[in-house]
Design a protein around this ligand. Structure first.
Ligand SMILES: [Zn+2]
Length: 98
């Protein structure tokens, strides 16, 4: 099974001399269980969901959390907002039609 390469987003070439090392012509071959590619993200997604309800992994406030968690949370939030914007491009534009 092939999917769009997540590294180059299916472009295969970053520029004339820099070819994506993760795919062939923008397609990435899944040769095993997809879970083996994302196994560490499951826990991170659970922590991110808990954060949305005000629950943090370590005791203390936001600034007491591990740097890796804060960076991962920023990345997941960015990716989530990007996906929402792609699915619903009018969200957040705030236009009110009279
Ligand atoms: Zn690629």
């Amino acid at each position: 099974m092939s999917i769009l390469c997540p590294e180059c987003n299916g472009h295969a070439l970053f520029d004339e001399s820099d070819r994506c090392k993760h795919c062939t012509d923008g397609k990435f071959d899944l040769t095993g269980c997809p879970g083996m590619y994302v196994s560490g993200y499951g826990v991170l997604c659970s922590l991110s969901n808990a954060y949305e309800f005000g629950i943090l992994p370590d005791s203390g406030g936001y600034m007491d959390q591990a740097a890796w968690f804060i960076h991962a949370l920023e990345y997941l939030t960015f990716e989530k907002n990007k996906a929402v914007k792609k699915e619903r491009p009018d969200v957040g534009k705030g236009r009110i039609q009279a």
